[in-house]
Design a protein. Sequence first.
Length: 232
Amino acid sequence: MNTIITCEHGGKSVPAQYRRLFRGRDRLLNSHRGHDKYALSFGILLARRLSARFFCSTVTRLLVDLNRSPHHPKLFSGLSGQLGADDKELILKEHYEPYRREVEAAAAAFVLRGKSVLHISVHSFAPVIKGITKSADIGILYDPSRYREKAICVQWQKSLYEKAPALKVRRNYPYLGKADGLVTWLRKKFAFELYIGIELEINQGIMKLYGKQRHMLCDTLVSGLQSGLIQF
């Protein structure tokens, strides 16, 4: 299947003109609030394994969150939210809009020719969030009302259980697949028969455990995914 891989929170870089906002905030930038640790490197691995086009951003989500809709209240963080309207508009034009347009165009290139496209948006989550330990290694997020997404993810989870039973895989966890995000936004643009949007959430703890052998985890996930795609 035609596939694109994206990584909206791949880095913690701050454009020079906005560094004043983040002075003394290194700890915040290095935290999960600043970026999705390991997501970029894993997204690259996944794209290579699937021979997929890859799109990523390394600008910190604390400047603008590329995985939020244009009018979402958390599009800008508490830091960048202090900026004036002109600065915010410039950030959107330079960082937000080009990325979203590029990903949408990549999906549209297939859909407009009547071809299916699988879009996997790669993210990571902290093992402990707000004092709560997360009970999964892998989260597969989808919209249950879109039967192709559901069927692929159900089979993906089942195959992973058979191939790697020690790996804790949950569906629509630690977030709901219908929550606001780039994938959800694109579902509104394209018919469910042709656009299949899935968010892959990987526990940073399991990433750290695999260390330099992260490619093994990637191979396992790809093998499980391919078994789910056979039906399509």
